[in-house]
Design a protein around this ligand. Structure first.
Ligand SMILES: [Zn+2]
Length: 114
């Protein structure tokens, strides 16, 4: 399965050049360079897609998942805790969708791309 960059419409060939960006429940793939260009345009039109497949987001996702497990398994704060727990599952859910939908099907690094 191949993925086309949302910015230049060309194929993304490996994970090294892939950036997956999310806004709410949608995830869109970009080339690394195209994402930087897209972000500059996004800033001018006030959209805010956040990159998913980087280390800081992965760490945040794991921490939020631990928070979610805590609230959902302990009953802390009652129904408010349940709500916080469900909301805390959102980052890890998006991170996993990004992985299974885009990253898993691409090689980690392909030489001589250009
Ligand atoms: Zn591109």
């Amino acid at each position: 399965m191949s993925h086309a960059c949302q910015y230049c419409k060309k194929e993304i060939r490996d994970r090294d050049e892939l950036v997956t960006a999310s806004k709410w429940l949608s995830i869109r793939p970009y080339h690394y360079r195209c994402y930087e260009l897209a972000v500059q345009e996004i800033e001018t039109i006030g959209n805010n897609e956040k990159p998913l497949n980087n280390l800081p987001n992965t760490i945040i996702s794991v921490v939020m998942m631990i928070v979610a497990v805590y609230f959902l398994s302990t009953g802390a704060l009652g129904s408010v805790g349940d709500l916080l727990g469900v909301l805390s599952l959102y980052p890890i859910t998006m991170r996993l969708i990004s992985y299974f939908r885009y990253e898993r099907s691409l090689p980690a690094f392909m030489e001589n791309k250009r």
